[in-house]
Design a protein around this ligand. Structure first.
Ligand code: MG
Length: 453
């Protein structure tokens, strides 16, 4: 499989094996052509390949006649919010998010601060494919300016939120352990937690980009954080991914709650204060429906992907929304996933309730997910989905994204990947064993379909 993927959601690849300066310049110049002109805010995570990618991005944008506003190493939500603040034409976040160290990528941001949607992405992609790229003459080649206020703006925006009381949080003097995995978190989380009066112990703080473990904040990758939590008797532990849009929480007992519960906790908290629908993607835990029903709030599901959730939140004036991988979105702040937001909401909830994080977690409906994937190669996805539909036609069905069969206390979702020849099989139930068994049953069914067809 090629380690370069160019799609409507941007460009992603392995440096030295596909993601070359030529490819990046070409893509950035196509984006600059799509924009026509104007200022483009560019920020990046801490990856060691970031400076190389950055210079290629600048060359492409400037050659197409766009100016660059450089904001440095920072979280992806900081880039999105800087686009809004500076009323820029667009933005680019240079980050491969939770992908391993050898990867890098460009995430394209619209003038609204939201990621490009499918239609906009297709237009950029067509310019790349047609090589219909604008080369401006010397007079119109873009300039680079620096802006060093993006991180401060992000911090202020969090501390000003109507639901956050920094003084109350500070009065509790929480002891917090934070794992930044040497990503962009180290550029902003120390200031956030200091202003919230926390006693903080950082691990992997410096934004060197040298990830000491797989950078995705999954429970199995958080052993160092869990061990440290127990050793120092902290109130709560936080882990962020390299571009700081996802948050995982570890309890005072040193147990990861699972990323689904970052969003579930936030939803439970916000619905006590705000009215309005909750928007989540089709893979998010059913716990969110049960929580929302306690507050008579409606839950609206979208396809998987931040842009789908963000657009729907805008359309329905949602109270809160997000994705189950620890991505919380609050309309009042900005329509994008933000780990700083999730940290502030969690600390506020601890401060107001006076309860421990494990007590808050236990008060929520308990569900467990099992995530599997199947390599399907050239086998037609449509055939698999048709046969599954036929076999399970009596079950309750949701087709928001792939196929999702639902029972009162469990569900299974079969969803083709947009970028790889795989089918994702996610299942959820009241216990890990039941979730695993349900997922395994469907994996076996799909393997059987592929064998006999
Ligand atoms: Mg990320």
């Amino acid at each position: 499989m090629s380690k370069l993927m160019i799609s409507v959601s941007g460009i992603r690849g392995v440096v030295g094996d596909g993601l070359s300066p030529e490819v990046i310049v070409n893509f950035a110049q196509a984006f600059g052509t799509y924009l026509g002109s104007g200022r483009v805010v560019v920020g990046r995570d801490s990856r060691v390949t970031g400076p190389m990618v950055k210079h290629a991005v600048y060359a492409g944008l400037m050659a197409a006649g766009c100016d660059v506003v450089e904001i440095g190493v920072c979280p992806t939500p900081t880039v999105q919010m800087a686009v809004e603040l500076l009323k820029a034409r667009a933005g680019i976040a240079i980050t491969a998010s939770h992908n391993p160290i050898e990867w890098n990528a460009l995430k394209l941001i619209d003038t609204t601060g939201l990621f490009l949607d499918e239609l906009q992405g297709k237009k950029v992609l067509k310019l790349v494919e047609d090589r219909a790229i604008q080369h401006v003459n010397w007079e119109r080649v873009g300039k680079v300016e620096m802006f060093d206020g993006a991180i401060e703006h992000h911090l202020q925006s969090i501390l000003k939120l109507s639901v956050i009381d920094p003084k109350l949080i500070a009065s509790r003097k929480f002891k917090v352990v934070v794992d930044c995995v040497h990503g962009a978190g180290g550029t902003i989380l120390p200031a956030l937690l200091e202003r919230l009066g926390c006693d903080v112990i950082f691990i992997n703080k410096e934004p060197t980009g040298l990830f000491p473990r797989p950078p995705e904040p999954l429970p199995e990758n958080l052993t160092e954080l869990c061990t440290r939590m127990k050793a120092v008797k902290a109130d709560i532990g936080f882990a962020v991914d390299p571009d700081v849009d996802r948050l995982a929480i570890v309890s005072e007992e040193g147990k990861p709650l699972g990323e689904e519960y970052t969003l579930a906790l936030a939803v439970n908290f916000i619905l006590q204060k705000k009215q309005g629908p909750v928007v989540v993607n089709a893979s998010v835990s059913q716990a969110v429906e049960e929580i929302a029903s306690r507050y008579d709030a409606e839950v609206i599901r979208t396809k998987v992907g931040e842009i789908f959730v963000a657009q729907k939140m805008r359309d329905v004036a949602a109270a809160i929304g997000g994705e189950g991988n620890g991505g919380v979105i609050l309309s009042e702040l900005h329509l994008g996933r933000d780990a700083l937001l999730a940290i502030a909401l969690t600390l506020q909830q601890l401060a107001e309730s006076g309860l421990t994080i494990s007590r808050l977690h236990q008060a929520l409906p308990q569900y467990f997910q099992s995530k599997n994937k199947i390599q399907i190669g050239e086998f037609p996805v449509a055939t698999i989905l048709e046969k599954l539909l036929e076999k399970h036609k009596k079950e309750k069905l949701d087709q928001t994204d792939g196929l999702k069969f639902l029972w009162p206390d469990r569900w299974v979702q079969i969803r083709p990947s947009n970028t790889e020849p795989i089918l994702r099989v996610y299942s959820e139930a009241r216990s890990p064993d039941e979730a695993n068994a349900l997922g395994f049953k469907f994996v076996k069914e799909i393997e059987r379909i592929m064998k006999i067809s």
